[in-house]
Write a protein that binds this ligand. Structure first.
Ligand code: PFF
Length: 461
């Protein structure tokens, strides 16, 4: 059997680790572009409402499930449902989902690492050539970077909850905040930066429609690392005397502030580079990081020289890398915890087992951008061909999270029962008992939150 369960050493340690999970590539690149394209300030307002009124109660519920059961997601559902066969399904979904997202996210992080190393080696100008991204992702070096990345992530995990996850978060998160603020301060002093700020902040309510609202909701849910079993697992490492509602609030605020601040970096940078850029043509995600931003960084050489431009680019890629790393640590901890709790494996053995399977799958994902034909045209869905990478992205990254969230709500309120949730949320936070927040969380989780999540799932499918 595994040794006694480890816990986070301090409340701030937990908050930084959970915020490290929540702050990821999504915050830094997808959020700012989605916000600008979908009504600027109007999107920001709606997003904030979603985070605090819908996602925050779900985060509390996930943390409560973990802390009460002291288990991984599979064990949490099993134990708190009294061994029900039916409720095993969401437990397994809360294991498979993070497992597959991690595979996908490993590959994207490898690309970030590759761009970081290239920049540090003085090759920023190469990154801007037309086919560089395609050539890079299809080169053998991807495998070396994957090995390096997995050594780093699993190295952190092997040190355990306190000495690994918490310690890494306590070092890396402050560094992340400093890098982000430093880059924002720099970018805001550049010419035309203010045009970007205006597009980002000025509300345009006419842009809001059902699909945008649904996307904002999905983005908020994803951004807080919900529906991935992570918060259940991290909840199981929380001390009983710590406040779940208070800690969850701090995590949500940090995550949202970072996403918001990232907009003050990305949009001014885009508009400094090209003040005429068409909002509709803006690309978020990979297109932005690997194609557009390197060009922007290189253009800075006219004002701060090639060395200066390379330094700014390196800080940016390092920022994204750190954000991705702390997210990866949290998501890979889920299957590791499951093997420990469910199979009684020790931490090292669990890490090796998961790493071996994920390495094979991540290689398959990496090879599905062209290296291996059958993985590149893996399946045809709705008439369009999908690679293995595309399939994992579609199923796990884009679709399943709100469904997992729906199941959390229904489980907590109707199977585990309201009174148990109340009790767990009050533990470590006596002031929560009978408060307006408690009544809201209790009511919302049993009524409109699951409905909204189900609706978002249906719209996305
Ligand atoms: N909130 C994270 C992000 O914005 O990137 C979500 C996440 C993704 C967490 C992948 C963990 C992960 F491995």
């Amino acid at each position: 059997m595994s040794a006694a369960r480890e816990h986070f050493g301090s409340r701030i340690g937990f908050i930084l680790a959970a915020a490290g999970s929540a702050v990821g590539i999504g915050n830094l690149v997808s959020f700012p572009v989605a916000a600008t394209k979908s009504g600027g300030g109007a999107f920001l307002l709606m997003y904030a409402l979603f985070v605090f009124l819908i996602c925050l109660p779900v985060m509390m519920a996930e943390l409560a499930l973990g802390r009460k059961s002291d288990k991984d997601p599979v064990g949490a559902y099993r134990q708190l449902s009294g061994g029900s066969k039916l409720w095993r399904i969401p437990g397994w979904m809360a294991l498979i989902t993070p497992f597959m997202i991690a595979v996908f996210y490993l590959v994207v992080t490898v690309w970030v690492l590759g761009y970081l190393v290239e920049t540090l080696m003085g090759n920023l100008s190469n990154l801007t050539s037309k086919d560089h991204f395609d050539n890079f992702i299809n080169s053998k070096s991807v495998f070396l970077y994957l090995i390096a990345l997995m050594l780093i992530v699993n190295g952190v995990l092997s040190k355990g909850v306190r000495g690994g996850i918490e310690r890494a978060a306590k070092t890396l998160m402050p560094l992340l905040f400093v890098m982000l603020l430093g880059l924002v301060a720099f970018v805001l002093t550049q010419e035309n930066a203010i045009i970007g700020v205006k597009y980002y902040l000025i509300p345009d309510f006419s842009k809001l429609n059902t699909s945008m609202v649904s996307k904002a909701m999905a983005q908020a849910f994803f951004s807080l690392s919900l529906g991935m079993g992570i918060m259940i697992t991290y909840g199981s490492y929380m001390k009983r005397q710590d406040s779940i509602p208070g800690s969850a609030r701090s995590v949500a605020i940090t995550d949202t502030l970072v996403a918001f601040t990232a907009g003050l970096l990305i949009l001014p940078a885009i508009f400094h580079f090209n003040p005429e850029v068409k909002i509709k043509e803006l690309e978020g995600g990979a297109g932005l990081i690997f194609n557009f931003l390197p060009k922007i960084f290189l253009s800075l050489q006219n004002t701060i020289g090639y060395g200066g431009a390379s330094a700014i680019a390196a800080i940016f890629f390092f920022l994204v890398f750190v954000a991705a790393l702390t997210s990866l640590v949290s998501i890979i901890e889920v299957p590791v915890a499951t093997l420990r709790d469910e199979r009684g494996m020790d931490r090292k053995k669990a890490i090796y087992t998961i790493a071996a399977i994920q390495f094979v799958l991540a290689c398959a994902c990496a090879m599905s951008s062209g290296m291996a034909g059958w993985l590149t045209s893996f399946v045809t869905i709705g008439g369009s061909e999908k690679s293995f990478f595309g399939l994992v992205e579609l199923l796990f990254y884009d679709t399943i999270l709100p469904l997992n969230g729906f199941l959390v709500c229904v489980f907590v309120i109707y199977k585990w029962k309201r009174a148990n949730l109340d009790r767990e949320l009050q533990e470590g936070d006596p002031a929560f008992a009978g408060s307006l927040s408690q009544r809201y969380v209790n009511f919302a989780l049993g009524t409109f939150i699951p409905l909204i999540l189900l609706l978002v799932f249906i719209i996305t499918v």
